[in-house]
Design a binder for this molecule. Sequence first.
Ligand code: MN
Length: 308
Amino acid sequence: MSNTVVKVSPAKIKEMKQYYQDALLDKIPGGGIFIAKLPGCTITAYRSGKVLFQGAGCTSEAAKWEEALEKKPAKTKTSGNSLPANIGSLSVIGSDEVGTGDYFGPITVVSAYVKKEQIPLLKELGVKDSKGLKDDQIARIAKDLLTFIPYSLLKLPNEKYNRLQQSGMSQGKIKALLHNRALYNLSQKIAPEKPEAILIDQFAEAGTYYRYLQNEKIIMQDGVFFSTKGESVHLAVAAASILARYAFVRAFEKLSREAGMTLPKGAGTQVDVAAARLIKARGVDVLPHFTKLHFANTEKAKRIAGVK
Ligand code: MN
C-alpha cells in the first residue's frame, strides 16, 4: 500500500472536494474534511491542510495536486551573485528556454540583448512574461522584436536531444550547455559592446549550472545572475522568452505538418493519444525525430498503440 501526503491550502481542499464530488463517502474522518474513494485510491483531506492518498493507484492522483501546487506563483529566487538593486534598468542580456516539458518539439533557448534605453519601447510593444500571452500575441510581439533586438536562438532537434540524453546527460546539463552557447554567440554578435549584466531565468542553482559547465568555456561569470521569474526582473528575459516561444511554436507547426496531424503541447494524456496515432501511422521508429523519448509518454503511447 503506497501512501502519499500532499499539503495544500484550504481553498485547494474545497476545489478537491468539488473535483471528487462523485466519489465522496458519507463518513468524515476525525479532524477531517472529506474522504473520497476511487478505484485504487482513497483520498482523505484533513483540516490541517494535509491530504492523504492511499492505495496502489495513487501516484498519478496525488501528482495532479502536487503540480497544481508548483504552479502557484512563487517568490523570485536568486542564486549565485546577488542581483544588483538597479538591474531592471541596466543594459542586460536575458536568457530563457522553452519546450523542456513538452514531449513533442525541440528545446529552444534564446538569449536577447536589451539596452537600457530600449526598455520603454519594449514595454510599449507589450513585452512581458510569455506565459501570460497567447500564441498570436507572441507572434506579433516577436516579429517586432526580431527587427531590432540582437539575439541568439538555439533549437535542439529531438534526434540530438535523445542522443545526448541516452549518453547519460541530464536535461539540466543540456539546458546549461545551450544557455552558455547562446550567451557566447550573442556576446560575439554585439562585441565590442558588452552588457552590464547577464540574467538567466533560473532553471538550476548557480552552483549546479557551473558544475554542468565545468568542461566548457564560460561566459563572463562575474556579471552573470540567476533568478526565477527572471522576466519580472528584467525585460530582456521576457523578450528572450517571447522569441523562444515564437520559434518553438513555429517548429511545432512544422513538426505537425510532418506528422500529418496536430501535435499537442505538454506531456498529458492527449499527448499519449497523439503519439499512439503517430506510431500506428508511421511506426515506432519515427519517435526519436518527433519526441523526447525518455518521457513516460513513450511507454504509454506504445501501450495504447499496442506495440512493444
Ligand atoms: Mn524559464
